[in-house]
Design a protein around this ligand. Structure first.
Ligand SMILES: [Zn+2]
Ligand SMILES: [Zn+2]
Length: 238
C-alpha cells in the first residue's frame, strides 16, 4: 500500500483520488482513468482498442454500464464484466481478494442525522463519507479538501454507538459501501460513487471551500441520490 495522492492516507482506495486526465472544466469521467500515453501517430483503431475499457480480470471489452470490484490487497477499484462481477458477489472467491461493490442506494428518511451526533464525530465539514476498512478493522472518514481527500480513522466504538441510533449505518458492508452524509441527510451508497465524486470535486475545487462549481456538482450528486435511493427496510419488514 502506498499513499500516492496528496492528502490521501493509506486507508482509502487509491484509484479515485487521483486527478482525472482531461481539460480543466471538462466533465469528469465517471471513473477517472489515466489518459492515453500514446502520442505517436499509430492507427486510430489501435488507440480505440487501447482506450476501450476492459474487464481487469478477463480482458473482455466492457460497455458503459459494468460492475466494479474492490481489490482489498491493493485497496483499489477494478472494472469487471458481468460474469466476473457475479463471481465476487458472494465473498469467498479468490480468497476474498476481490469484493463486488453492491449497487444499492438506501436512505432512512425517518432518521435524519442529529447535529449533536455529528459533532461527536468531530468532522470539521458538513459533508463526509465513511467506510469500513476490513484490513484495519476501522471506520475511516473521508471528506474533500483543497489538497484532495482528507481521511481520518474513527474509533469503532463511537461508530457502533451511532449505528445503534441510526440503523442505516449498521447496514454498511465492509470495503465496498460508504455512508455518505451531507448535513442531516444520510445515504448508503456504493463506494465507487464516493470516489468518483471526490475526483470530480477535486477537478473543480477553488479556494478554501471549493467554490460555486463544487457546490453545484455536489448538489447534482445529491439530487441523483435522492432520486435513486430506496427506503431502508425495518426489521420485520424484510
Ligand atoms: Zn471479466
Ligand atoms: Zn469501470
Amino acid at each position: 500500500m502506498s499513499a500516492d495522492a496528496p492528502g490521501s492516507g493509506v486507508t482509502g482506495l487509491r484509484r479515485f483520488v487521483k486527478r482525472p486526465a482531461g481539460a480543466q472544466g471538462a466533465p469528469a469521467p465517471r471513473i477517472p482513468l489515466p489518459g492515453p500515453q500514446n502520442t505517436s501517430a499509430q492507427a486510430s483503431q489501435a488507440r480505440a482498442d487501447q482506450d476501450a475499457e476492459r474487464c481487469e480480470l478477463c480482458s473482455e471489452v466492457l460497455d458503459g454500464r459494468h460492475g466494479h470490484l474492490v481489490d482489498t490487497d491493493k485497496r483499489s477499484i477494478a472494472c469487471a464484466c458481468r460474469a466476473c462481477y457475479l463471481l465476487f458477489t458472494h465473498g469467498g472467491a479468490a480468497g476474498g481478494k476481490y469484493r463486488a461493490i453492491p449497487e444499492r442506494i438506501c436512505h432512512d428518511p425517518e432518521r435524519p442525522l442529529d447535529g449533536t451526533d455529528w459533532n461527536e464525530l468531530q468532522i470539521p465539514v458538513t459533508m463526509a463519507f465513511f467506510f469500513r476498512n476490513s484490513a484495519l478493522d476501522r471506520v475511516v472518514a473521508g471528506y474533500p479538501s483543497p489538497g484532495g481527500v482528507t481521511e481520518c480513522e474513527l474509533d469503532l466504538e463511537a461508530w457502533d454507538r451511532l449505528a445503534v441510533a441510526y440503523p442505516l449505518l449498521a447496514e454498511l458492508a465492509p470495503d465496498t459501501e460508504a455512508i455518505f452524509v451531507n448535513k442531516e441527510e444520510v445515504f448508503l451508497i456504493p463506494i465507487d460513487m464516493c470516489y468518483s465524486l471526490v475526483g470530480e470535486l477535486r477537478l473543480y475545487w477553488q479556494g478554501f471551500d471549493g467554490g460555486a462549481e463544487v457546490r453545484a456538482a455536489l448538489e447534482a450528486f445529491l439530487t441523483g441520490l435522492r432520486r435513486r435511493a430506496v427506503v431502508l427496510a425495518r426489521e420485520g419488514e424484510r
